[in-house]
Structures are given as structure tokens and as C-alpha cells.
Design a protein around this ligand. Structure first.
Ligand code: FAD
Length: 352
């Protein structure tokens, strides 16, 4: 049984790694607005670097409301019961001799032997189960209606990543059928109080009409270290578990992957496998945790000395190719980050 609020879709710029196709065995075509092979990087809004991804690495551009609805429909087909409700509290208690989670919602109470905490970056359920809250960083996003922009009609859709516009951070722009989604966040150090201004400036420089009131500011839970992801009869997934990529902010693929692994752990626990939930924590630490630790080290250099990183990495076709393979799930950060960090560090030395 899933308790969730169907009226509210998550704030997200909707760039999805094609690696998601390997996680779920259904067709996403109906919700993919573009599969994008053209990527442009910029440094301080200039010095563009264009790359073309291989077909298998093309990024999916989706609208979260439609993407989430597809996932929801498949969950229902697979037997899930959706309760449109907002949870307000939960306790683990005894019901007729069995330990169960009792969840209070604005539409009555629910009970289950096992619970999955999947209520996103601002998770309240983390407190209810007594687990550690991941660190939050501020991100901002803006959807701009570009349906009347005739000049771009024949150009292939292109993803843009801007370095040097946000101190210690990144700005990105993802095209949809009738809109573009622009996102920005700092990835290190303090949050940037001017994120909204920077998004507006980016949109206005492209002749897109946008207002400050269109901007949504939301937290990101970039991975910031391993911590236990299970408690008594409960596991934590996705943003509530702090599973977003410290280099790119990608969170959808880890959220789906951790959700699937959490379900497997609960099935194992229901089948009386000892330590099944602890094994979930261990698996996430050994997969995403190991990888994000490498990503985190890479982010420390990329966002601290972005000008150098732009010259030494972004402008090198081989570095771009490797990063594209990481983003589509063909490679892990652990495969590439050691060498990349060594190369960048060497350039930082006076004789490098
Ligand atoms: C500005 C921004 C842009 C982003 N862009 C991208 C991107 O392009 N690509 C990418 O891969 N990742 C992106 N991310 C990250 C991505 O959105 C998240 O990592 C991902 O949505 C995590 O999924 P989740 O299911 O854990 O949480 P969410 O998607 O936040 O889902 C949590 C759900 O729980 C529901 N909920 C919350 N509280 C309750 C409650 N009390 N009762 C019932 N239901 C509740 C919410 O309504 C929501 O539906 C972005 C994040 C931000 C902030």
C-alpha cells in the first residue's frame, strides 16, 4: 500500500538517465518528450563546448507529472494500492500480537508490517522512524514556456550545462516539447542566496519571458556520507536517504534503484531471511555509497577550481565520453574518478 499526495508532483527538471531502462521492464516512450544527444557546456555563459552523445547515452527529457503517473500506473497494475493521503505521523506498535507500523494520515490510519520511507528531501517520516536526516542544499528551478519561440523549431533539442555562473555550483537547462526547465544549485560550501536572480538572468539572456514568481526553490539531498538506511521494520530510499549524485544532482535513477532494492529487502524479510533490512543498507553503501564517495571527491575539485576543470576535463572529448558513460550507467565514478582527480590535481601543482 502506498500513501502519497497525487496532486503534488516533485519539483525536478526532468532529465532522466537512460540507465533507468535497465531497472524497470516497461516502456517509457510515451512519457519521453525528447531523447537528447546534443550537449553544450559553457564557461561563464561563453566559451561553448558542444558534444554529441552516442545513441545509447541519449538523455531522456520528461515532465515529472507524466513520468510519475506512468510509474504509478505500473505499480497499480503490479498490485499496489494507492491511498491518496498525506501521512502525519507513524509509530511502531503491537497489533494483535504482531509488530506493525501504524501510520496516521489525513484520510484515516494505515498499518503495515514493513514501511518504506520515500517522502523526499524534506522527509517527515525520517523523524518518525528515528533515523538520521541527510544534509540539504538549496536548488532552484524555473519552467519557461518556449512554445512560441519559432527560431528554435528546426534545431535538434539540446541540453546545456553552465559552469562558472554559480559559485561552487552548476546551472543546467533541459528542453521539453513546449517548455525548457532550468535548474541551478551550489554543490559545495554555502547556499547561493542569488540562485533565483541567476536563473532569471539566464532565461532573459535567451529572450525567454520569465518572472521571479515562477521560480521554485527546493532542497537537494546530495550524498554526503553513508549512514544506516534501515530501522525496525523500515527502510529509507531516494532523497530521504540522501541519494543524489554530488557531481550532477541526478537523483531519479538512485531513487528508483533504491526503491527496487528496498522492495527486495522487504520480500526477503517477509520470507524470514535474517538481517534482510541491514543487508539493504549494506548494498546501498557498497553500490551508490562507494560511487558517490568518488563523485564527492571529484566534485571537490570540479566546483572549487571550475575554470581549470573546464579547461582540463570538459574541453577534452575523452573526459566527456567517460562522463556520459557514467551518467547512463555503463561506467561508475569509481571507474574514472581516481584518474580524473590525479590529472586535475597535477595541473593544480605549480609545475603541473
Ligand atoms: C530543482 C531540482 C531539479 C532536479 N532535477 C533533476 C533531474 O533533472 N534529474 C534527476 O535525476 N534528478 C533531479 N532532481 C533530483 C530528483 O528530483 C530527486 O532526487 C527525486 O525526485 C527523488 O525521488 P524521491 O521519490 O526520493 O522523492 P520525491 O520525488 O520528492 O517524492 C516524494 C513524494 O513523497 C510525497 N510526500 C511527501 N511527504 C508526504 C507525506 N507526509 N505523506 C504522503 N506523501 C508525501 C511527495 O508529494 C512526493 O510525491 C532535481 C531536484 C531538484 C530540487
Amino acid at each position: 500500500m502506498i500513501a502519497g499526495n497525487p496532486q503534488r508532483s516533485s519539483d525536478c527538471t526532468g532529465g532522466v538517465s537512460p540507465g533507468v531502462a535497465h531497472l524497470l521492464d516497461f516502456d517509457f516512450t510515451s512519457v519521453i518528450e525528447h531523447t537528447v544527444r546534443d550537449v553544450q557546456y559553457t564557461w561563464k555563459n561563453g566559451d561553448p563546448v558542444a558534444i554529441r552523445l552516442d545513441e545509447a547515452q541519449a538523455m531522456w527529457m520528461v515532465r515529472r507529472d507524466r513520468f510519475d503517473a506512468l510509474l504509478r500506473d505500473h505499480a497499480i497494475k503490479a498490485g499496489a494500492i494507492i491511498k491518496p493521503a498525506t501521512a502525519t505521523g507513524a509509530v511502531l506498535g503491537s497489533v494483535e500480537g504482531e509488530r506493525r507500523w501504524m501510520v496516521q494520515t489525513d484520510a484515516g490510519s494505515l498499518s503495515a508490517q514493513y514501511a518504506i520511507v520515500a517522502d523526499g528531501a524534506c522527509s517527515a517520516a525520517i523523524n518518525w522512524i528515528g533515523a538520521a536526516r541527510p544534509a540539504l542544499r538549496l536548488a532552484a528551478m524555473l519552467d519557461v514556456d518556449t512554445s512560441l519561440q519559432r527560431s528554435n523549431l528546426n534545431a535538434p533539442p539540446r541540453v546545456e550545462f553552465g559552469l562558472g555562473q554559480i559559485e561552487n555550483g552548476l546551472l543546467w537547462c533541459f528542453p521539453k516539447q513546449a517548455t525548457v526547465s532550468i535548474g541551478a544549485a551550489t554543490f559545495l560550501g554555502h547556499d547561493d542566496p542569488q540562485l533565483a536572480d541567476r536563473l532569471l538572468a539566464y532565461a532573459q539572456a535567451r529572450g525567454w519571458h520569465a518572472q521571479r514568481s515562477d521560480i521554485r526553490q527546493r532542497p537537494l539531498t546530495l550524498w554526503s556520507g553513508d549512514h544506516p538506511l534501515h530501522r525496525d521494520q523500515a527502510v529509507i530510499v531516494g532523497d530521504a536517504a540522501g541519494l543524489s549524485d554530488p557531481v550532477t544532482g541526478e537523483g531519479l535513477r538512485p531513487a528508483i534503484d533504491s526503491g527496487l532494492r528496498a522492495a527486495e529487502a522487504i520480500i526477503a524479510a517477509l520470507n524470514h531471511q535474517p538481517n534482510a533490512l541491514a543487508a539493504y543498507t549494506k548494498t546501498i553503501h557498497q553500490t551508490w555509497g562507494v560511487d558517490f564517495a568518488w563523485a564527492s571527491r571529484l566534485a571537490q575539485i570540479l566546483y572549487r577550481v571550475p575554470g581549470l576543470a573546464y579547461k582540463v576535463a570538459v574541453k577534452k572529448p575523452i573526459a566527456n565520453k567517460l562522463m556520459a558513460q557514467v551518467l547512463c550507467g555503463d561506467l561508475r565514478y569509481s571507474d574514472i574518478a581516481g584518474k580524473a582527480i590525479a590529472k586535475l590535481s597535477k595541473k593544480l601543482l605549480p609545475w603541473g
